[in-house]
Design a protein around this ligand. Structure first.
Ligand code: HGY
Ligand code: MN
Ligand code: MN
Ligand code: MN
Length: 406
């Protein structure tokens, strides 16, 4: 293996040098947010960047046939590799850090281990997972769910994006599906991620260890009414699904607040979507999350029941379909405590889903969070300082040293 020249300068400086390579890719000049949908030009460019970074470090890159990339340092035959990484894709006009921070930090952590002369006893693998946000094909953590078998290739192959392009076409092949052969070769997974909240600001700490991911999911709400003329139809004769939809949005907000849970309808589709036409159908996607499964279940049921009752009064009809669900993920307590002690870092739950939440059901998994001064995510306002990102790399390097050598 050739000697690896680590870029010059301080870690914040080296972080910034890599970060500036990614910053322009997929950035919308008007919003300042990112449009990095899975397997579209910007995300493919990020995948090329991934391969270049791996090549510079002599890390051979493989794919699992599901769109996930893996760059490996160490013996390809060893069955206890330590996995780290995250995703490149974004929500529409998302922030810069959600996903890519975990991948950039992983490559810099490899540099840190090599600069410190660490000789891992276990291989170290950097991963880039596909379609974590579900912003193109509608199913979050698509790549990691395929890898683990949580989603079948048949169901995945049937997914279409807004332009009707299928996953198989975008992927260039039918997804391979579950890869126990690959998954069985990992001994643990650590995902570093920007915090999507303000807990680290409030606790004045740069890095935290995750304790759990709240159970959460997505429900498609179809409100069926009667399309008609906006000007000539008497109010008493209307069967306006927008009315029932609006009621459901308010109900979701109220029922979530009552339970200390989170709920939003952030995406809506109206047919025929004309100013002078009463809609025939309004489709809204409910994103609901709660600290425990029972609260989540009662929240969604309350929204469904109240909206159905309202539909009866509006002369409309509601169908509610669960599109994705993530159970409560309690990260491996032993690993989490071990890392929190190692890093002397706070331990935080999160309401955000992650590939780590999918892999946690298959191998000891942990997450590190890096402070986000705005606390905002899934928005151009998402932020992190170079100093805190460097602290994240240092923490990840310590964790990876512990896991590959301990
Ligand atoms: O939606 C989520 O919670 C994650 O950021 N994909
Ligand atoms: Mn996200
Ligand atoms: Mn993410
Ligand atoms: Mn994630």
């Amino acid at each position: 293996m050739s000697t690896h020249s680590v870029a010059e300068g301080s870690l914040p400086h080296r972080f910034r040098a890599l970060w500036d390579q990614l910053a322009p890719i997929g950035r919308d000049p008007d919003s300042g947010g990112y449009l990095r949908y899975a397997f579209t030009a910007p995300e493919l460019e990020l995948r090329d960047w991934f391969r270049a970074q791996a090549d510079q470090r002599d890390l051979p890159v493989t794919s699992d046939g599901n769109g996930n990339l893996f760059a490996r340092w160490g013996d390809p035959a060893a069955g206890d590799a330590v996995l780290t990484g995250s995703h490149f894709d974004s929500v529409p006009h998302g922030g810069a850090y959600d996903g890519p921070l975990g991948i950039v930090s992983a490559f810099l952590a490899v540099d840190e281990l090599r600069a410190a002369g660490v000789a891992p006893r276990r291989p170290l693998v950097v991963a880039a997972f596909a379609e974590e946000e579900g912003a193109r094909f509608g199913v979050p953590c698509l790549g990691s769910r395929l890898l683990t078998g949580a989603l079948s290739p048949d169901r995945a192959a049937g997914l279409r994006d807004a332009d009707g392009v299928g996953l198989a076409e975008a992927l260039g092949d039918r997804p391979a599906g579950a890869r126990p052969d690959l998954l069985g070769g990992f001994s643990s997974f650590v995902e570093l991620h920007v915090e999507q909240g303000r807990a680290l600001v409030d606790q004045d700490a740069p890095v935290a260890v995750a304790s759990a991911i709240w159970p959460h999911g997505r429900w498609r709400l179809d409100f069926h009414g009667e399309g008609n003329h906006a000007g000539t139809t008497r109010m008493a004769d209307r069967r306006d699904p927008m009315l029932t939809y609006a009621f459901a949005v308010l109900a979701a907000n109220k029922e979530a607040r009552l339970r200390g849970a989170h709920a939003t309808v952030g995406r809506v589709r109206v047919e025929p979507n004309a100013t002078n036409a009463i809609p025939s159908t309004v489709t809204g996607w409910l994103d609901a999350r709660a600290a425990d499964p029972e609260t989540l279940a009662t929240l969604v049921e309350a929204v469904r029941a109240k909206a159905t009752e309202r539909a009866g009064r509006d002369g409309t009809r509601l169908t509610c379909t669960e599109e994705s669900a993530t159970p409560l993920v309690a990260f491996d307590g032993g690993l989490g405590r071990r890392l929190a002690t190692l890093l002397d870092a706070p331990v935080l739950p999160t309401g955000a889903g992650h590939d780590a939440g999918v892999l946690a059901g298959h191998l000891p998994t942990a997450m590190l969070f890096v402070r986000n001064p705005t606390g905002v995510s899934h928005s151009p306002a998402e932020a992190a300082t170079d100093t805190d990102c460097a602290a994240g790399v240092t923490a990840l390097a310590r964790v990876l040293t512990e896991l590959t050598c301990g």
